[in-house]
Each structure stands twice: as C-alpha cells, then as structure tokens.
Design a binder for this molecule. Structure first.
Ligand code: PEP
Ligand code: MG
Length: 961
C-alpha cells in the first residue's frame, strides 16, 4: 500500500522547466532505490502521452506500463517547488508527486489526493508550505494546526489607533507566512468583537495560507467603538483550528484574569496563559510519580484541588513529552495518562512559583493521598529562572528512572546463560535538546571546534587502548570521518545559515547517514550506524552530556535494548554481561548474546536504566536474576552456585561427544543452530550431532549482494564437508518481518510480521528460491541433507515449495534428502495431521510460534519479555505437532530458543520431541540435561504442564518438580 510520510518530501526546490523537474524526480526515485536508471524516459514518455497535471498546483509524474519493470519497489517521492514549475498549458506545479508503481497500488493515493483537490485553497497553501509536515497535512486533508508562537505576539507595539494595531497584528501573521499580503487590507473591514477586559477579537478566512493567531497590545491605552482596547487577537482562520484556543481565551476571561494578557510582561507569559506550549522561562519543577496505579482519578483530584488554591497559572506535562495541560483541571490531568515512575513537570507563573512548585512536588512525592510503597527520594527539581524574551531551548536532562536499591533482587528474562559480575556501565540513548539557531557563526564554529577536539582525543585514546583489531579499526575510521573535508564544508554552510553548532553537525551527519543507507550494499549501508554514532559523540560534547568512561575491568553493559549490530561490535573480553531494560528471550539480540557466550538478562524493566555508574552487579543468566550490589553473604552463596555450575558445565563438556540418552534409554538428538558456515567445525567440536537449523538468511546477509549459484554452493558445501556425514537441516531463505536483506528492498508494511516473509516471499521470487535449492542439491550429492521451508502456514505453500524441489531432483541427483517444514505458525501446528502425511519431518520454530500464538511481537520493547514459549498454549501446539508426526512415522525437532531453556528440556522430551537444535555453546549442557531425565517422568510432567494456566505456572511447576 502506498503511504505518504515526511521522509519522502524534498522542500524548497527550484526547476527551470518541466524537464528539469522530471530529471530531479527521476534522480530522487533512483537515489532512494525505488527505480533503476532509465525511469526518466518513462516519466517523459508519460508526459508526452498527456500531462500529469492534476489541478491545484499538483502533478503526478509517473512511468508508462512499459517502464514498470524498471521499478524495484512501489513508492512515491514528493518535490516541492515554491516558485512553481511551468507544466505546460499555463499550469504551474508547486508539488510534484512522483510515483513508482509496479501495479495499480497508486490508486489509493489518487483517491486521497482527490479529497485534497476539493480544497479550493490548496495551490496557495502548497506554495506557502514551509515544512514537509505541512505538505502532508494539506494532502491528507488534515486541518493544519493553529500557529501561535512568540513571533506572533507583539507587546507594547506603537499604535495610534485601532487600525494601526490591527495592521500590526496582520503584519505578524504575514511575517509568519500565515497569510498573503491582501490579508492586511481585508482584516480592518471585518467587525471586531469585544471580549471584555479591554480585549478584542478579529478574524478573516480570506488570503489565509495556514491558520494562525496573532496577539498585540498597544504601547499606550487605546479606545475602539467607545470601549478600551488593551489587547487584540487577530485570527487567520481555517476550519476550526482555533477552537481550542478560543475556549482557552474565554476561560481566562471567565476567571477574571484578562489582565494576564493585557498586562503581560513577556511573550512567554501570554503563551502560558493561553496554554500554548511550554511557558518559556517560567520556573518549573519535576517530580516522579510514585503511585502504583499512576495518576488515576483520586490522586488527580487531590492534585487539581491543590493547584486550584494558587491564584495563577500552573501547567503540567509528562516531562519532555507532549503538551502541557492545566494542573487545575481534573479531566486534563487524567488525559496525561501518567504512569507510575514517569516524571511530571510543573510550570508555574513566576508570581506563585516559589510557593506552588514545592507544594505540588511534595504532594506528588507523598502520594497525593495514596500510600506509596517506595517513597521516591530521588526527586530532581529543575528551576528555570524567568528570562523575559527567552528564545533558547533549555536543555532539560532526562531524569533517570529510580534505580533499584543496593541489596535488591530483580527478576528478568534469562536470555543467555552464565553468571557475570562487574560494575554497571550504562550506555543509554542520549537525548539532546539544543537551540536550532546559534549566536553567530563564529561563536558556533568555535564551540564546534572545541567539541571536535575533545572527541578526537577520546577516539585516539580508544584506538590506542583497544586490544581487538576490529574495534581499533572502527574507532580509527570514526577519527577519519571527523576530519572529512566534505563534512567540514557542509557544516560551514549550515553555520553560515545561522544554525547552531549542534544543529549543523546533526543535520550534516544525519544527511550523510541517510545517503549511506540508500546504498544497495549491506556493508556500506552499515556505515550509517557509524555516522550516527559519531554524531552522538560530538553532540554529547556540545550539550555537555558526558558518557560514562568504560570501566577498567569487565563490566555489565546496561542498555535500553540492544540491537544485533550493537552486539556484533561488543568485545566479549570487556563485556562480562548484558542487562537490558526491554526485549525478550527470542529477540535476535538475545540470540546473538547466546552465540557470543555473554551471559544476558533482558526485559529487566526501566528501573535498571537508573543504576548509578559502577554499581556492583551480579547477573544470573540461568535463572534470570539480577543482584544489585549484593551483600557479602549473597555474593558468597552465588559464587558457590557459580562454581557448581562451572563444574557441571565442565562435566557436560567432557561428555559432549556422548549421545544424549535418558536414564531409561531414550535417545534425543542434539544439534546446533548455525548462521555462519565457517562455524560448522566449531559446532561439531562442541558436541553437535549435526546442524539442526542453518539460517541461510544469515549466509545471504554476509554477502553484499544476492549470492549466485556458485557462491551458495561453496557455502553449503563448506558446511557439509565439516559435518563429515552428519545431517544438515537447512532452512531456505527466511527474510521479511524483522529480517531485512539490505540488497533486496521491500515495500514497507504496516505489520511486517504478518506480511510478506519466509516462504511467502520466496514463492514470489521463484528465481531466488530455485537458485538456492539448486545450490543445496548440488552441494549435497550423497550426503544427508534435510531442507525445510520457513513460515509455512498452508498446505498449498508446502506443496508449491516441495514441487520445486522435486522438479530439480529430476536434474540433480541426491541420495539422502528429506523435505520438511518449520512449524512456526499456529495454522501449521493445527493442520499438522494433514501436513504430516506429506512432509518427512517438522522442525518447530518456537520463537515465532510463541509470537504468533500469544500475539506478542518477539522484538517488542516492553511486551516481548512475556513471550514465553512455556505458555501452555504453545506447549499444546507442540504436543499436537508431535502426535501428528509420530502417527505418520515422521520425526520432530525444536530449533527455537526454547530448546536450550533448562526448564523446557524435560517438557520437550516429555512431549516426544526427537531432536533439539540449540546454539553450539549450549549443546553439551542440553545433552547433560537430557541425561538427567527419565522418559516416563518427563512424559507425566509434560502432560500435567499442558493443563496449567500460564507460563509462570509451568515454570514454577517444573522448578518444583
Ligand atoms: C523460530 O522462529 O523459532 C526460529 C528458529 O526461527 P528464527 O528465530 O530464525 O525466526
Ligand atoms: Mg522463525
């Protein structure tokens, strides 16, 4: 589906004519990877057939049906030409919407544009639009928000009479590009409305480009129509964008506080009284809400009543988020939806601030009439002194969440086994708040140079202090980017335009990162992350947010969430353990942590982000426990446990080549999951009896373009050679969803996990699938090869894939081939009895099966911790699959992360699973766990677990049993 977003829009362009505009459009479509070179011919051919001018300053250049094969993926790009482009026949285009469509997906877009075209003022509004957001709002027919900011307020302006004051108001609106020149002539002809308290209201909807409200007060008291004129609102109206503001003005007047406006000493005071945005320069205070159920009705009422006691304005908002509301209004307070742990920011009129702010902070801290279990002692108060004409953005440091106290024990999701201890080292995504414009380009340059010099020194010491060559290279490369003359030139241009050092640096590096991302080369595209990393480093210096220095000894890395790319760069000798606030056990970062062998806990909750640097931490990656600054006795007990576990592992390791046989003689095969074909021998060395899942998308990702037949054959042959006769289970390409392939651009989907991924995608590209299957069969020869298809949800998908293999088999001889499917979608598990008649085996992908059964995105920042494969609903599906397979004499493996979970092993064995495939590091341990079981006991345990209510109950039950 075609959707519009701001990133697709380029503002403020100019073109000498239609051809030049089309060239710019073709270049934009090519640069963003939507079409290949040559699409320009399509655009020109289409215009030759008939102009694509739609009306109202809009044109929709697109290719001809013949040029559709040049489209990689459907999309649009929008070019804004404020001066207009002659599109022929006297039509002037202010916005060209270039469409690259493979089929007729663009019809929905046209439908939306038809609505916008109904708006008589669209052309001038497009011409005058100043931001991509405004363009979007115009096209989508969403009424643009009312403009009201400091530049629209004039206090004490020289005016001899009402007409002059009106003219002043109209001028402010003109300067803000809300209206055309004609507005100043039209406004005085309208009838002004007296509001009381010397305030007047005047409006017009003619010559309006976007809605805006100006407020002016005269330097001397005036009279109009026999009444005092002390303040005038001039409204450039469009729709009902001003409705809320008008209500606010009425409220001020009803409260008898019109003087707040007519006698306002600063523009900020007017804005605050009108509830328009943050009252810049007013004192403020922040406090964290400790009420367990958040700011619900009762505490909100207490807060509103307290605020009402003060004779002045008090606003409150969630710190650093969203709009402020009146703290005196119960309904407005409830609309904040403030949750426990979130910080509230109060802003109060200076006259009452000294009294009101401490009282409000204290009341919130005390629980607003409710008992708060953990009184929050860590309340930070930030007071900003009034700066009458303040126009700078005040840096408001994000308050760290309240940290767990020393001696506390936190339960999190065990993502990678092992004990780890070390000081906390927080690497949080910093939030930068800075003024967009600088004092002068000389001052800003000096600031930037200072920051760059410090970052250079930081990088130099990182380069010289790093043991690992790969990491040294990364920082050396950052150092080079820092001195890149191209970047320096671009930054200079921004500084000359009046941008602040921060804004200039950020914009240049972000633009470079975006450009890098567009490159159809995975490795080059990854450099975008480096550019952003570097942008952050310099911004941190400029904004005075220093990163904690990396501790000397191995540390516990504390992060909000870890991206796989973060993990891939970690130096395992420096990082003893990983602790994240969000994420779940099956997120890909958790999988990588397990592969690297770094103990990890994920989904520990936001409080861990408040841990003070260097807080001693102890992390038990097996039980999912975090000990914060444990006392010596706890430390000793854990050390004892760690030692016993190490001994257990040592024993397991010594027996890693022995088969996994239960005490009563039942054998379970234990294989390894693999993503890098070079790691096969290491997996065998760790005791793997074969490869139970080769994630071929990881093999594809290691190539900078689609690997051809020869390249793939080499990869698969490498694995089979190293396996020396052991079986190899290969999963065909599983991309889409959360696994993009950089050189295989795909249209953005609203729900990628429910979209084109796995087998659905490859069946649409039979050429890619066939090459992969051919390479596999050619590599196998007479060696045992099992091929399985990911994300199969229907019998038809399985048959289509199977038929392709059968066809190739007629050409290529293989002697030991089995074909199966991954059971990752509930529909596959539920139709297992049907599928089992045709497949040779099932391999259950519990990561996705859990996600789809519990309807929890496996990578969801806060929910994925609940995506526990031990939920009885998932176990039921596994049970069904195993029964169906065994009834047909077929075997079943489990290759999801659940297979390595010590509490899951007895249940999976008890449900009859024949093979467990886990990360190579877990093979020996899983084998040892199987050896401790007896089948009969495991069976009855599993049957009873099927009847429990939730994953928690299952875990408790297995642990107790
Ligand atoms: C799974 O879904 O359980 C699985 C093994 O596949 P992946 O984690 O690669 O999606
Ligand atoms: Mg999967």
């Amino acid at each position: 589906m075609l959707e519009l977003d701001e990133g697709q829009i380029q503002m403020g362009l100019a073109a000498a004519g239609k051809r030049q505009a089309l060239e710019a459009m073709a270049a934009a479509l090519v640069a963003d990877g939507l079409v290949t070179e040559g699409y320009l011919d399509g655009l020109l051919a289409r215009e030759a057939q008939g102009s694509t001018y739609l009306g109202q300053g809009l044109a929709i250049p697109h290719g001809t049906p013949e040029t559709r094969p040049l489209v990689y993926r459907t999309g649009v790009r929008l070019l804004h030409f404020p001066e207009g482009v002659d599109w022929g026949d006297g039509q002037r285009v202010h916005l060209a919407i270039g469409i690259a469509a493979k089929s007729d997906e663009h019809l929905r877009l046209l439908q939306m544009l038809t609505r916008a075209l109904g708006d008589a003022d669209l052309a001038p509004a497009l011409r005058g639009a100043r931001s991509a957001g405004e363009i979007l709002a115009l096209l989508q027919g969403t009424p643009p928000a009312l403009a009201l900011d400091e530049q629209l307020i004039g206090l004490g302006v020289p005016a001899e009479d009402a007409d002059e004051l009106i003219w002043r108001g109209a001028r402010l609106l003109r300067r803000a590009d809300c209206v055309d020149n004609g507005f100043a002539a039209i406004l005085p002809q309208r009838e002004a409305l007296p509001l009381g308290d010397g305030l007047w209201w005047l409006h017009s909807d003619q010559a309006v480009q976007r809605p805006g409200l100006a407020f002016v007060t005269p330097s001397q008291p005036l009279r109009h129509l026999g009444q005092p004129l002390l303040g005038l609102f001039c409204l450039a109206s469009r729709g009902d964008a001003h409705q809320a503001l008008l209500e606010r003005v009425c409220a001020v007047l009803i409260e008898g506080r019109g003087r707040v406006l007519t006698e306002a000493g600063s523009r900020a005071a007017v804005l605050a009284a009108l509830g328009a945005g943050q009252a810049v320069g007013w004192p403020s205070a922040q406090v964290r809400l400790a009420n367990p159920h958040g700011l619900h009705a009762r505490p909100a009422q207490v807060l509103a009543q307290l605020a009402q006691r003060f004779a002045g304005d008090i606003h409150v908002r969630l710190a650093n988020e969203g709009a402020a509301v009146s703290a005196k209004s119960l309904s407005k307070l409830l609309s904040l939806g403030a949750r426990c742990g979130q910080a509230l920011e109060f802003v109060a009129e200076p006259a009452i601030a000294d009294e009101a702010l401490p009282a409000l902070v204290e009341a919130v801290r005390d629980g607003l009439g409710e008992a708060v279990t953990t009184p929050l002692d860590q309340v930070e108060t930030l007071v900003m002194v009034e700066t009458a004409e303040a126009s700078v953005t005040v840096a408001t440091p994000e308050l760290p969440p309240q940290a767990p106290a020393a001696g506390s024990l936190l339960q999190a999701v065990a993502a990678a086994p092992g004990f780890a201890s070390g000081p906390a080292y927080r690497r949080l995504t910093p939030r930068f708040d800075y003024a967009p414009h600088g004092e002068s380009s000389a001052v800003e340059r000096q600031r930037l140079e200072g920051a760059l010099a410090r970052v250079r020194a930081d990088l130099d010491s990182l380069v010289s202090g790093s043991q690992a060559a790969a990491i040294r290279d990364i920082f050396a490369m950052h150092r080079e980017i820092l001195d890149d003359p191209g970047i320096a030139e671009d930054v200079t241009v921004h500084l000359h335009r009046g941008h602040s050092a921060e804004a200039a640096w950020h914009q240049v590096l972000e633009a470079a990162a975006r450009q890098q991302e567009r490159l159809c080369d995975a490795l080059l595209a990854e450099r975008a992350a480096d550019l952003r990393d570097l942008a952050r480093r310099v911004l941190a210096r400029l904004c005075g947010l220093e990163e904690q220095a990396e501790p000397e000894q191995p540390y516990i890395l504390v992060m909000e969430e870890v991206a796989p790319s973060d993990l891939a760069r970690l130096d395992p000798s420096r990082v003893a353990g990983i602790l994240t606030a969000r994420g779940g056990a099956t997120s890909h970062s958790a999988i990588i942590a397990r592969t690297l062998g770094i103990p990890a806990l994920v989904g520990a909750g936001d409080t861990v982000l408040g841990l003070a640097p260097n807080t001693p931490l102890l992390l038990d990656g097996e039980r999912g426990r975090l000990y914060v600054d444990p006392d010596p006795a706890t430390r000793a007990r854990l050390e004892d446990e760690r030692r016993r576990r190490a001994e257990r592992l040592e024993r397991a390791h010594a027996q890693r080549y022995e088969p996994a046989v239960t005490r009563d003689g039942h054998r379970v095969e234990v294989c390894a999951n693999l993503g890098d074909t070079h790691e096969t021998a290491a997996a065998v060395e760790q005791g793997a009896e074969g490869i139970g899942l080769l994630r071929t998308e990881l093999v594809f990702m290691a190539h900078s373009q689609l690997p051809d037949l020869a390249a793939q054959r080499t990869e698969y042959r490498r694995v089979l050679d190293a396996l020396a006769g052991r079986p190899l289970v290969v999963r065909t390409l599983d991309v889409g969803g959360d696994k993009p392939l950089p050189y295989w651009p795909m249209p953005a989907e609203e729900n990628p996990f429910l979209g084109l991924r796995g087998i659905r995608l490859t069946l649409q590209r039979p050429d890619v699938m066939e090459t992969q299957l051919r390479a596999l069969l050619l590599a196998a020869g007479d060696r045992p090869l099992r091929i399985m298809f990911p994300m199969v949800g229907t019998l038809a998908e399985w048959r289509a894939a199977r038929d392709m293999v059968q066809r190739l088999r007629e050409e290529i001889e293989v002697t030991d081939l089995q074909l199966g499917i991954m059971v990752e979608v509930p529909s596959a598990a539920l139709t297992a009895p049907v599928l089992a008649k045709e497949v040779d085996f099932f391999s259950i992908g519990t990561n996705d099966l859990t996600q789809y059964t519990l309807a929890i995105d496996r990578g969801h920042p806060t929910l994925s911790a609940q995506a526990d494969g031990l939920h009885p609903a998932v176990l039921q599906l596994i049970d069904l699959t195993v029964r169906a397979a065994h009834a047909e004499g077929k075997w079943v493996g489990v290759c999801g992360e659940l297979a390595a979970d010590p509490l899951a092993v007895p249940l999976l064995v008890g449900l009859g699973v024949d093979e467990l495939s886990v990360s190579a590091r877990s093979v020996a341990e899983v084998k040892a766990a199987v050896r401790e079981l007896d089948l009969a006991g495991a069976r009855s345990l599993a049957q009873r677990a099927l009847g429990l209510a939730d994953a928690e109950a299952v875990r408790a039950f297995v642990e107790a049993g």
